[in-house]
Design a protein around this ligand. Structure first.
Ligand SMILES: Nc1nc2c(c(=O)[nH]1)N[C@H]1C(S)=C(S)[C@@H](COP(=O)(O)O)O[C@H]1N2
Ligand SMILES: [Mo]
Length: 312
Protein backbone atom coordinates (compact mmCIF):
# COMPACT_ATOMS: atom_id res chain seq x y z
CA UNK A 1 0.00 0.00 0.00
CA UNK A 2 1.30 3.35 -1.03
CA UNK A 3 0.95 6.24 1.34
CA UNK A 4 0.08 9.53 -0.28
CA UNK A 5 0.05 12.65 1.80
CA UNK A 6 -2.92 14.87 1.15
CA UNK A 7 -0.49 17.67 0.35
CA UNK A 8 0.55 15.67 -2.74
CA UNK A 9 -2.92 15.29 -4.17
CA UNK A 10 -4.27 18.75 -3.47
CA UNK A 11 -2.95 21.95 -5.00
CA UNK A 12 -0.80 23.55 -2.35
CA UNK A 13 -2.69 26.84 -2.10
CA UNK A 14 -5.98 25.04 -1.56
CA UNK A 15 -4.45 22.61 0.89
CA UNK A 16 -2.97 25.43 2.94
CA UNK A 17 -6.10 27.52 3.09
CA UNK A 18 -8.15 24.45 3.92
CA UNK A 19 -5.92 23.96 6.93
CA UNK A 20 -6.72 27.54 7.83
CA UNK A 21 -10.48 27.22 7.46
CA UNK A 22 -10.59 23.92 9.29
CA UNK A 23 -9.34 25.66 12.35
CA UNK A 24 -12.56 27.64 12.47
CA UNK A 25 -14.99 25.66 14.60
CA UNK A 26 -18.09 26.33 12.51
CA UNK A 27 -16.60 24.52 9.53
CA UNK A 28 -15.40 21.41 11.31
CA UNK A 29 -18.08 19.12 9.90
CA UNK A 30 -17.36 20.20 6.35
CA UNK A 31 -13.65 19.82 6.90
CA UNK A 32 -14.10 16.31 8.18
CA UNK A 33 -15.88 15.35 4.99
CA UNK A 34 -13.03 16.69 2.90
CA UNK A 35 -10.46 14.88 4.99
CA UNK A 36 -12.41 11.67 4.42
CA UNK A 37 -11.92 12.15 0.71
CA UNK A 38 -8.22 12.63 1.23
CA UNK A 39 -7.65 9.72 3.55
CA UNK A 40 -9.55 7.40 1.25
CA UNK A 41 -7.11 8.29 -1.46
CA UNK A 42 -4.21 7.25 0.69
CA UNK A 43 -5.55 3.67 0.72
CA UNK A 44 -5.35 3.45 -3.01
CA UNK A 45 -2.50 3.43 -5.49
CA UNK A 46 -4.84 4.96 -8.08
CA UNK A 47 -5.38 8.40 -6.64
CA UNK A 48 -7.65 9.79 -9.30
CA UNK A 49 -10.17 6.98 -9.71
CA UNK A 50 -11.08 6.77 -6.08
CA UNK A 51 -12.20 10.33 -5.47
CA UNK A 52 -13.80 10.59 -8.89
CA UNK A 53 -16.29 7.85 -8.24
CA UNK A 54 -17.07 8.54 -4.64
CA UNK A 55 -19.59 10.94 -3.27
CA UNK A 56 -18.15 11.94 0.06
CA UNK A 57 -20.47 14.45 1.59
CA UNK A 58 -23.89 16.03 1.82
CA UNK A 59 -25.11 19.60 1.67
CA UNK A 60 -27.06 21.35 4.46
CA UNK A 61 -30.31 19.80 3.16
CA UNK A 62 -28.82 16.31 3.33
CA UNK A 63 -28.41 15.96 -0.43
CA UNK A 64 -25.33 14.03 -1.56
CA UNK A 65 -22.55 15.79 -3.41
CA UNK A 66 -22.66 14.99 -7.10
CA UNK A 67 -19.70 12.79 -8.10
CA UNK A 68 -16.55 14.50 -9.35
CA UNK A 69 -16.91 12.38 -12.48
CA UNK A 70 -20.31 13.89 -13.30
CA UNK A 71 -19.34 17.45 -12.42
CA UNK A 72 -16.33 17.14 -14.74
CA UNK A 73 -18.09 15.49 -17.66
CA UNK A 74 -21.53 17.06 -17.96
CA UNK A 75 -20.99 20.73 -18.72
CA UNK A 76 -22.51 23.77 -20.30
CA UNK A 77 -19.72 25.83 -21.84
CA UNK A 78 -20.84 27.03 -25.26
CA UNK A 79 -17.39 28.43 -26.09
CA UNK A 80 -16.29 24.81 -26.52
CA UNK A 81 -19.41 22.91 -27.51
CA UNK A 82 -23.16 22.99 -27.08
CA UNK A 83 -22.96 19.24 -26.46
CA UNK A 84 -22.60 18.77 -22.70
CA UNK A 85 -20.84 15.43 -23.09
CA UNK A 86 -18.22 16.87 -25.46
CA UNK A 87 -17.14 19.95 -23.51
CA UNK A 88 -14.56 18.18 -21.31
CA UNK A 89 -12.66 16.77 -24.30
CA UNK A 90 -12.89 19.98 -26.30
CA UNK A 91 -11.57 21.98 -23.31
CA UNK A 92 -8.69 19.74 -22.28
CA UNK A 93 -5.93 21.91 -23.82
CA UNK A 94 -7.39 25.27 -22.76
CA UNK A 95 -4.55 27.47 -21.51
CA UNK A 96 -5.46 28.71 -18.03
CA UNK A 97 -2.03 29.99 -17.00
CA UNK A 98 -0.87 32.71 -16.97
CA UNK A 99 -4.24 34.34 -16.26
CA UNK A 100 -5.25 37.82 -15.21
CA UNK A 101 -8.50 39.55 -14.30
CA UNK A 102 -8.89 43.28 -14.89
CA UNK A 103 -11.12 44.88 -12.30
CA UNK A 104 -12.26 48.39 -13.11
CA UNK A 105 -15.08 50.75 -14.00
CA UNK A 106 -16.62 52.72 -11.14
CA UNK A 107 -14.02 51.88 -8.50
CA UNK A 108 -11.47 53.82 -6.50
CA UNK A 109 -8.68 51.28 -6.99
CA UNK A 110 -8.83 49.59 -10.41
CA UNK A 111 -6.35 46.78 -10.76
CA UNK A 112 -5.07 43.83 -12.69
CA UNK A 113 -5.05 40.66 -10.58
CA UNK A 114 -2.92 37.71 -11.55
CA UNK A 115 -4.40 34.34 -10.63
CA UNK A 116 -1.59 33.87 -8.08
CA UNK A 117 -2.60 37.16 -6.45
CA UNK A 118 -6.20 36.02 -6.06
CA UNK A 119 -5.10 32.71 -4.53
CA UNK A 120 -2.74 34.25 -2.02
CA UNK A 121 -4.64 37.43 -1.13
CA UNK A 122 -7.96 35.71 -0.44
CA UNK A 123 -8.37 32.63 1.77
CA UNK A 124 -9.84 29.79 -0.25
CA UNK A 125 -12.68 28.03 1.53
CA UNK A 126 -15.01 25.19 0.66
CA UNK A 127 -18.62 26.05 -0.24
CA UNK A 128 -21.04 23.22 -1.01
CA UNK A 129 -23.78 24.61 -3.28
CA UNK A 130 -26.62 23.29 -5.36
CA UNK A 131 -26.31 24.26 -9.05
CA UNK A 132 -29.66 24.42 -10.86
CA UNK A 133 -29.49 24.81 -14.64
CA UNK A 134 -32.37 26.65 -16.31
CA UNK A 135 -32.76 23.54 -18.51
CA UNK A 136 -34.06 21.55 -15.55
CA UNK A 137 -31.13 19.53 -14.20
CA UNK A 138 -29.08 20.10 -11.07
CA UNK A 139 -26.00 19.05 -9.11
CA UNK A 140 -24.48 19.53 -5.67
CA UNK A 141 -20.95 20.89 -6.05
CA UNK A 142 -18.26 21.23 -3.37
CA UNK A 143 -16.55 24.37 -4.67
CA UNK A 144 -13.38 25.98 -3.40
CA UNK A 145 -13.23 29.74 -3.63
CA UNK A 146 -13.76 33.06 -1.87
CA UNK A 147 -16.56 35.61 -1.53
CA UNK A 148 -16.59 38.12 -4.39
CA UNK A 149 -17.16 40.76 -1.70
CA UNK A 150 -13.51 40.44 -0.66
CA UNK A 151 -12.35 41.55 -4.10
CA UNK A 152 -14.97 44.31 -4.29
CA UNK A 153 -13.76 45.65 -0.94
CA UNK A 154 -10.23 45.91 -2.36
CA UNK A 155 -11.21 47.90 -5.42
CA UNK A 156 -13.79 50.01 -3.53
CA UNK A 157 -16.85 50.67 -5.71
CA UNK A 158 -17.68 54.38 -5.97
CA UNK A 159 -21.03 55.93 -4.96
CA UNK A 160 -22.54 55.53 -8.45
CA UNK A 161 -21.63 51.85 -8.89
CA UNK A 162 -24.90 49.86 -8.93
CA UNK A 163 -24.11 46.71 -10.92
CA UNK A 164 -21.21 44.36 -11.57
CA UNK A 165 -20.47 43.21 -15.12
CA UNK A 166 -18.42 40.06 -15.80
CA UNK A 167 -16.76 38.95 -19.01
CA UNK A 168 -15.32 35.61 -20.16
CA UNK A 169 -12.09 35.38 -22.20
CA UNK A 170 -12.53 36.21 -25.89
CA UNK A 171 -10.25 33.96 -27.96
CA UNK A 172 -11.96 32.31 -30.93
CA UNK A 173 -8.86 30.21 -31.65
CA UNK A 174 -8.95 28.49 -28.26
CA UNK A 175 -12.71 28.86 -27.89
CA UNK A 176 -14.10 27.68 -31.24
CA UNK A 177 -17.71 28.20 -30.17
CA UNK A 178 -17.03 31.94 -30.34
CA UNK A 179 -17.09 31.62 -34.14
CA UNK A 180 -20.81 30.86 -33.87
CA UNK A 181 -22.44 34.11 -34.95
CA UNK A 182 -25.73 33.27 -33.26
CA UNK A 183 -24.42 34.60 -29.92
CA UNK A 184 -22.71 37.88 -29.11
CA UNK A 185 -19.31 36.95 -27.71
CA UNK A 186 -17.68 37.19 -25.28
CA UNK A 187 -20.06 35.70 -22.71
CA UNK A 188 -21.22 38.49 -20.41
CA UNK A 189 -23.10 38.31 -17.13
CA UNK A 190 -24.15 40.78 -14.48
CA UNK A 191 -25.37 41.15 -10.92
CA UNK A 192 -26.78 43.99 -8.88
CA UNK A 193 -24.09 45.24 -6.49
CA UNK A 194 -25.97 43.96 -3.43
CA UNK A 195 -26.31 40.51 -5.02
CA UNK A 196 -22.62 40.53 -5.89
CA UNK A 197 -21.75 41.52 -2.32
CA UNK A 198 -23.88 38.79 -0.73
CA UNK A 199 -21.83 36.25 1.22
CA UNK A 200 -23.18 33.34 -0.87
CA UNK A 201 -21.69 34.83 -4.06
CA UNK A 202 -18.22 33.44 -4.67
CA UNK A 203 -15.44 33.36 -7.19
CA UNK A 204 -14.65 29.66 -7.47
CA UNK A 205 -11.16 28.34 -8.07
CA UNK A 206 -11.61 24.65 -7.31
CA UNK A 207 -13.92 21.64 -6.94
CA UNK A 208 -13.49 18.72 -4.49
CA UNK A 209 -10.38 20.42 -3.11
CA UNK A 210 -8.74 20.36 -6.53
CA UNK A 211 -7.93 23.07 -9.02
CA UNK A 212 -10.85 23.85 -11.32
CA UNK A 213 -10.83 21.96 -14.63
CA UNK A 214 -11.15 23.94 -17.89
CA UNK A 215 -14.66 22.59 -18.53
CA UNK A 216 -15.83 23.99 -15.17
CA UNK A 217 -14.56 27.49 -15.95
CA UNK A 218 -10.88 27.42 -14.98
CA UNK A 219 -9.05 29.16 -13.61
CA UNK A 220 -11.77 31.29 -11.99
CA UNK A 221 -15.55 31.55 -12.40
CA UNK A 222 -18.49 33.09 -10.64
CA UNK A 223 -20.92 30.98 -8.57
CA UNK A 224 -24.30 32.45 -7.56
CA UNK A 225 -26.17 29.47 -6.10
CA UNK A 226 -29.70 30.94 -5.89
CA UNK A 227 -29.75 31.82 -9.60
CA UNK A 228 -29.93 29.63 -12.68
CA UNK A 229 -26.55 28.19 -13.66
CA UNK A 230 -26.06 30.47 -16.65
CA UNK A 231 -25.46 33.44 -14.31
CA UNK A 232 -22.35 31.63 -12.99
CA UNK A 233 -20.03 32.82 -15.75
CA UNK A 234 -16.84 30.86 -16.44
CA UNK A 235 -13.20 31.74 -17.15
CA UNK A 236 -13.51 35.42 -16.22
CA UNK A 237 -11.02 38.03 -17.48
CA UNK A 238 -12.86 41.31 -16.72
CA UNK A 239 -14.99 42.58 -13.87
CA UNK A 240 -16.41 46.12 -14.10
CA UNK A 241 -18.49 48.14 -11.68
CA UNK A 242 -21.11 50.01 -13.71
CA UNK A 243 -24.15 52.23 -13.19
CA UNK A 244 -26.46 50.60 -15.77
CA UNK A 245 -27.89 47.08 -15.71
CA UNK A 246 -25.57 44.98 -17.92
CA UNK A 247 -27.02 43.10 -20.89
CA UNK A 248 -25.96 39.47 -20.66
CA UNK A 249 -25.28 37.13 -23.57
CA UNK A 250 -28.51 35.28 -22.83
CA UNK A 251 -30.62 38.44 -22.59
CA UNK A 252 -29.27 39.47 -25.98
CA UNK A 253 -29.89 36.04 -27.51
CA UNK A 254 -33.49 35.61 -26.22
CA UNK A 255 -34.77 38.52 -24.10
CA UNK A 256 -38.22 36.99 -23.64
CA UNK A 257 -36.71 33.76 -22.24
CA UNK A 258 -33.76 34.94 -20.15
CA UNK A 259 -34.03 37.96 -17.89
CA UNK A 260 -31.41 39.78 -15.88
CA UNK A 261 -32.34 38.28 -12.50
CA UNK A 262 -32.71 34.58 -13.39
CA UNK A 263 -33.50 33.62 -9.81
CA UNK A 264 -34.41 29.94 -9.44
CA UNK A 265 -38.18 30.03 -8.98
CA UNK A 266 -40.69 27.18 -9.41
CA UNK A 267 -43.48 29.76 -9.74
CA UNK A 268 -41.99 31.51 -12.76
CA UNK A 269 -41.75 29.23 -15.76
CA UNK A 270 -39.57 29.36 -18.81
CA UNK A 271 -41.81 30.20 -21.79
CA UNK A 272 -41.03 26.80 -23.30
CA UNK A 273 -41.00 24.54 -20.22
CA UNK A 274 -42.02 24.27 -16.57
CA UNK A 275 -39.59 25.02 -13.74
CA UNK A 276 -41.59 23.00 -11.16
CA UNK A 277 -39.14 20.12 -11.01
CA UNK A 278 -35.58 19.17 -11.83
CA UNK A 279 -33.45 16.11 -12.46
CA UNK A 280 -30.61 15.78 -9.95
CA UNK A 281 -27.66 14.28 -11.83
CA UNK A 282 -27.00 10.80 -10.42
CA UNK A 283 -30.58 10.29 -9.20
CA UNK A 284 -33.61 8.63 -10.74
CA UNK A 285 -36.77 10.60 -11.37
CA UNK A 286 -37.29 14.28 -10.64
CA UNK A 287 -37.48 16.37 -7.51
CA UNK A 288 -39.24 19.63 -6.70
CA UNK A 289 -37.41 22.82 -7.50
CA UNK A 290 -37.05 25.07 -4.45
CA UNK A 291 -37.60 28.84 -4.37
CA UNK A 292 -34.21 30.53 -4.78
CA UNK A 293 -32.77 27.02 -5.13
CA UNK A 294 -33.23 26.46 -1.39
CA UNK A 295 -31.46 29.67 -0.33
CA UNK A 296 -34.61 31.77 0.24
CA UNK A 297 -33.85 32.41 3.90
CA UNK A 298 -30.52 33.97 2.98
CA UNK A 299 -31.54 35.95 -0.11
CA UNK A 300 -35.25 36.81 -0.19
CA UNK A 301 -34.65 40.19 1.47
CA UNK A 302 -32.78 41.21 -1.69
CA UNK A 303 -36.09 41.03 -3.58
CA UNK A 304 -38.63 42.07 -0.94
CA UNK A 305 -40.36 44.77 -2.99
CA UNK A 306 -39.98 43.19 -6.39
CA UNK A 307 -42.42 41.44 -8.70
CA UNK A 308 -40.44 38.29 -9.47
CA UNK A 309 -42.70 37.42 -12.40
CA UNK A 310 -41.89 40.74 -14.05
CA UNK A 311 -38.24 40.83 -12.93
CA UNK A 312 -37.56 37.27 -14.15
N1 LIG B 1 -18.53 31.50 -20.27
C1 LIG B 1 -19.54 30.65 -20.03
N2 LIG B 1 -19.99 30.50 -18.77
C2 LIG B 1 -21.02 29.64 -18.50
C3 LIG B 1 -21.64 28.92 -19.56
C4 LIG B 1 -21.13 29.09 -20.89
O1 LIG B 1 -21.61 28.49 -21.87
N3 LIG B 1 -20.08 29.95 -21.07
N4 LIG B 1 -22.71 28.08 -19.28
C5 LIG B 1 -23.48 28.39 -18.05
C6 LIG B 1 -24.48 27.38 -17.72
S1 LIG B 1 -25.87 27.35 -18.69
C7 LIG B 1 -24.35 26.55 -16.65
S2 LIG B 1 -25.62 25.52 -16.18
C8 LIG B 1 -23.10 26.50 -15.86
C9 LIG B 1 -22.56 25.08 -15.86
O2 LIG B 1 -21.42 24.97 -15.07
P1 LIG B 1 -20.66 23.57 -14.94
O3 LIG B 1 -20.39 23.07 -16.34
O4 LIG B 1 -19.41 23.85 -14.19
O5 LIG B 1 -21.59 22.63 -14.21
O6 LIG B 1 -22.10 27.37 -16.39
C10 LIG B 1 -22.57 28.61 -16.85
N5 LIG B 1 -21.44 29.48 -17.21
MO1 LIG C 1 -27.40 26.20 -17.55
Amino acid sequence: MQTIRSSEITPEHIYLSRRKFMSSASKVVLGAAVMTACSRQSDSTDVSLDVHNTSVGVDELGDSWTSYESIANYNNFYEFSVNKERVATMAQDFKTSPWEIDVGGLVKNPGRYRMEDLLTKFDQEERVYRLRCVEGWSMVVPWMGFPLKRLLDEVEPTMNARYVRFETLYDPVQLPGQNDGWYSWPYVEGLRLDEASHDLTILATGIYGRTLLPQNGAPVRLVVPWKYGFKSIKSIVRIDLVDQQPVSLWMRAAPNEYGFYANVNPNVHHPRWSQDTERRIGEMGRRDTLLFNGYAEQVDSLYSNMDLQYNF
